[in-house]
Design a protein around this ligand. Structure first.
Ligand code: NAD
Ligand code: KPL
Length: 304
């Protein structure tokens, strides 16, 4: 059975190239004919792993292709996912499996509403990749991906082994929401500060007091949204990630440096929306959100 990859950028390309070289049928879906033509001119996707560069001539198409889709990996940014999926929704067979690999929370729900007859599987990844240019992808760091289905958590897909054999480290979890909330909380504590201080993750150790205030409020939020088990060790978890990724430029700071829209609405924006829904006032997080939006505005970037 073939995989379709919608959002053939950094992470989508990394998955696609590994599936292709393992002999798993896989097709890329580009947003339009122009992008498809550019891809064909490039001769395929190129992937750098360590010192090794390889070119993979994966088959590709546009959303208008007529063939049915049974397994879809969506690796667009959170703000693009809903529209991208809407463009291929009519091609999904009933019961199609759709893996949603977006950072943050909020975009997944919108996609699920668009495709009620599909089985949506949510993903949270610590893998790292970036696009050097056009269709050249660089694997930036090893990691793994959690997958889970909040509606049928016990129903493990039979293709997990196929992914692992292709060198894509995946693991099924019965509580994917908890993984998504954990990553959201860590990203809310680290990413905005790296943008505001224009620093690498490790330099945040100089802002321990601010991190303490932020993680305290995130802990209150985690309790309110019934992930209280994540609250007690949050500050230690954030500090451990800061140390483990000390030399990294956070994804949000990279977006700002390259003048790209950030996923702020699906991170801090979502956190504050949930806080409001539960009647919580989180002054530090609200102030952080305001400072970040002001910063983005000053740099001519979208504030959502
Ligand atoms: P990316 O920008 O490199 O790739 C997204 C791709 O989607 C782009 O090529 C874009 O052209 C394409 N796209 C957008 N709209 C489309 C449409 N309508 N139809 C077809 N294609 C469309 O993004 P990325 O870095 O791969 O990130 C994808 C998601 O994974 C994000 O939510 C990100 O936060 C998350 N994530 C990324 C990494 C990483 O290291 N790159 C790690 C963990 C999580
Ligand atoms: O996930 C990350 C990101 O940059 O988005 C962290 C954990 C902060 C690592 O850089």
């Amino acid at each position: 059975m073939s995989w379709h990859i919608l959002g053939a950028g950094s992470l989508g390309g990394l998955w696609a190239a590994r599936l292709f070289r393992a002999g798993t049928p896989v097709r890329l879906i580009f947003r339009d004919r122009l992008r498809l033509a550019q891809y064909r001119t490039a001769g395929g996707l190129s992937l750098r792993e360590g010192e090794q560069d390889s070119l993979y001539p994966l088959p590709a198409e546009t959303p208008q292709d007529a063939s049915p889709i049974r397994r879809l990996l969506v690796t667009c940014k959170a703000y693009d996912a809903e529209n991208a999926v809407a463009a291929v929704a009519s091609r999904l067979v009933p019961g199609a499996e759709v893996v949603l690999l977006q950072n943050g929370i909020g975009s997944q729900e919108r996609v699920i509403e668009r495709i009620p007859r599909a089985r949506c599987i949510l993903a949270s990844s610590t893998e790292g990749a970036f696009r050097e240019s056009g269709f050249k992808i660089v694997q930036a760091g090893k990691g793994h991906t959690w997958l889970g289905d909040p509606i049928h958590p016990e129903h493990t897909p039979d293709w997990l082994g196929e992914l692992n054999e292709a060198g894509i480290p995946v693991q099924w979890t019965a509580d994917i929401q908890s993984q998504l909330w954990r990553k959201l909380a860590i990203n809310c504590a680290i990413n905005p500060l790296t943008v505001l201080y224009n620093c690498r993750n490790g330099e945040l150790n100089a802002h321990a007091h601010e991190i303490n205030k932020i993680t305290n409020e995130l802990g209150r939020l985690l309790k309110a949204v019934e992930h209280e088990d994540l609250a007690p060790g949050l500050q230690e978890a954030v500090l451990a990630v800061i140390d483990a990724t000390a030399d990294n430029t956070s994804s949000m700071l990279q977006d700002v440096i390259y003048g790209r829209r950030t996923e702020i609405s699906f991170l801090l924006g979502y956190a504050l929306q949930e806080a409001q829904r539960h009647g919580l006032i989180l002054e530090t997080l609200e102030q952080l959100y305001r400072r970040l939006r002001d910063h983005l505005e000053t740099h001519g970037l979208p504030v959502d």
